[in-house]
Design a protein around this ligand. Structure first.
Ligand code: SF4
Ligand code: SF4
Ligand code: FES
Length: 237
């Protein structure tokens, strides 16, 4: 049986890589490799996962230089020969080993005003949004976001400007701007119109290329640019 040479980040921000040899198996995922190390070689290794089926968004790491969801990434797709390098997500504080502090990521969802603002109460009838309506078509892809932060970790502008809201938070804002049930369209647009918002995106599409769910935050941000411009012309921002 061949073995993988795996370098894994250990420690906090000032840590370093530690080498492990892991048996190479058929259909093995990167998360399987990390789990093997934690269960059989070093039980102190810290990492996160929950669903193992691409639903929860908790298992993202940087694998051979690129952020990925590790439970759905096969070793055969990403290993260079028999070598794997596994590190925590970029642009987030490292707590320990492969675990990052996700608070700055989700704080930006709040800063982008990513909360739904209802226009009805629970005593009223359900809103009916037809699947073929333009509003629904506009947001159908975006609402599949699992909050994995692969896009955030891959975005150059987040690296240059820690205040930048980032692709996932603005994708969320765009789904709400287009949600006919939401009552705070102008407030969502105001939240993303500043220097740290949509106009700082350079549209190179790294987030879109890397999103494991096939979402295009770049398209969402382009929509926000148009919508904030139109709202500003009407004096709403
Ligand atoms: S397209 Fe915009 S949000 Fe996406 S990675 Fe580039 S700068 Fe970041
Ligand atoms: S937009 Fe895609 S890459 Fe970004 S957090 Fe959502 S699912 Fe992950
Ligand atoms: S463990 Fe849930 S998405 Fe990977």
């Amino acid at each position: 049986m061949s073995s993988l040479q795996v370098k894994v980040w250990r420690g906090g921000e000032q840590g370093s890589f530690q080498r492990f040899d892991v048996p190479r198996l058929e259909s093995q995922t990167v998360l399987d490799v990390v789990t093997h190390i934690q269960r059989h070689l070093d039980s102190t290794l810290a990492y996160r996962f929950a669903c193992r089926v691409g639903m929860c968004g908790s298992c993202a790491m940087v694998v051979n230089g690129r952020a990925r969801w590790t439970c759905r990434t096969h070793v055969a797709e990403v290993a260079r020969g028999n070598v794997l390098e596994i590190a925590p997500l970029r642009h987030l504080p490292v707590i320990r080993d492969l675990v990052t502090d996700m608070r700055p990521f989700f704080d930006k969802w709040a800063a982008a005003r990513g909360q739904f603002e209802p226009t009805t109460n629970r005593h009223e009838d359900f809103a009916r949004v037809q699947p073929e309506s333009p509003q629904r078509q506009q947001v159908d892809a975006g609402i599949e976001c699992i909050g994995c932060a692969v896009c955030y970790s891959s975005c150059d502008v987040v690296g240059w400007n820690p205040e930048y809201l980032g692709p996932a938070a603005m994708n969320r804002a765009w789904t709400l701007v287009n949600d006919v049930r939401d009552g705070a369209r102008d407030e969502h647009l105001t939240a993303v119109a500043g220097d740290a918002g949509c106009h700082s995106c350079h549209t190179h599409m790294t987030c879109t290329e890397r999103c494991p769910k096939g979402i295009s935050p770049t398209a969402a941000i382009a929509g926000l640019k148009r919508a904030t411009f139109a709202a500003a012309l009407k004096g709403k921002l």
